[in-house]
Ligand binder design. Structure first.
Ligand SMILES: [Zn+2]
Length: 287
């Protein structure tokens, strides 16, 4: 699919959000090494909600329970380094029947969504745009307290391939500073709006200068009711990263954030996948 950047970044944001639907070939992350035995040992220690509780919580939202995610792999399939170029990826190499849910921007701040995530304990990774969340940084803190991580999605959602190196750097670095200050931890990951510029040396340099250690794209993007797939067979694959947005009725033709998210979970459930935590499959730089 041809990328159609240009006319109005805002229109792209509203219609397609971060997703252009373009298939971006991911840079191959570090090759996975066989260490299945260790991962299996960790599984038995993982606590989970009782089946009765879980069933009740899912039905409250009109949903059938997803399969539980397997234990986090002991040997992380993606290993990040402390220095040097950052990898760009849209999926995680794993055979686990899991996908990863990422939610971008931060415009809609629906308390019902916090309730939903608290009930269902679906792991999410939040790529927040400073100027979109700064009126209420606090909204995202209960989501963070559930174990969900905050990542960097620029200061004002600029189309990064269209701005100067200096502006690009401030988009990443100033967001990194604000998000670190607000959420107490420096974002490990960065996502450029629309995926734009992800594979350019200039953006890679900007990201390296500001702190995040990987650029994360996606394989599927959630619309209002349907999932948009890059793969021709329109099926989820193990390790796929799914893009969604904090959006409300204004941008969802009257649907609420929780209705959109319930549809997202149905698309995953009907294909038999679990949702795992992206950060559990990534080894942060050591030292
Ligand atoms: Zn975005």
């Amino acid at each position: 699919m041809k990328k159609t950047y240009g006319v109005a970044a805002l229109a792209l944001l509203l219609v397609a959000g971060c997703g252009s639907g373009a298939a971006e070939p991911p840079a191959a992350p570090a090759a996975s090494t066989p260490a299945a035995g260790k991962a299996a040992d960790a599984a038995s220690a993982t606590p989970s909600a009782t089946p009765v509780q879980a069933a009740g919580n899912w039905s409250k939202w009109g949903l059938t329970a997803l399969p539980p995610a397997p234990a986090a792999p002991a040997d992380k399939p993606v290993k990040l380094t402390a220095t040097g170029p950052v990898p760009v990826f849209s999926e995680v190499p794993t055979k686990d029947k899991v996908v990863f849910v990422t939610i971008d921007d931060g415009a809609e701040k629906d308390p019902k969504f916090v309730e939903m995530i608290t009930d269902l304990k679906i792991p999410i990774s939040m790529f927040l745009t400073r100027d979109i969340v700064k009126d209420d940084y606090g909204y995202f803190k209960p989501l963070q307290a559930l174990g969900n991580h905050v990542h960097n999605h620029t200061t004002d959602h600029a189309q990064l391939s269209k701005v100067s190196a200096e502006k690009q750097k401030s988009e990443v670095c100033d967001a990194q500073t604000a998000l670190t200050q607000q959420y107490g931890k420096a974002p490990l990951l960065f996502r450029p709006p629309y995926g734009d510029g992800a594979h350019t040396p200039q953006l890679n340099t900007s990201v390296q200068q500001c702190g995040p250690r990987a650029i994360v794209l996606w394989r599927e993007s959630m619309q209002i009711h349907d999932m948009q797939y890059q793969a021709a067979d329109k099926k989820l694959k193990p390790g796929d990263i799914v893009l969604a947005h904090f959006r409300g009725p204004k941008d969802l033709k009257g649907e609420t954030m929780t209705e959109m998210f319930a549809e997202l979970l149905r698309r995953i459930q009907e294909q038999g996948f679990a949702v795992a935590r992206l950060e559990d499959y990534i080894q942060a730089p050591t030292g």
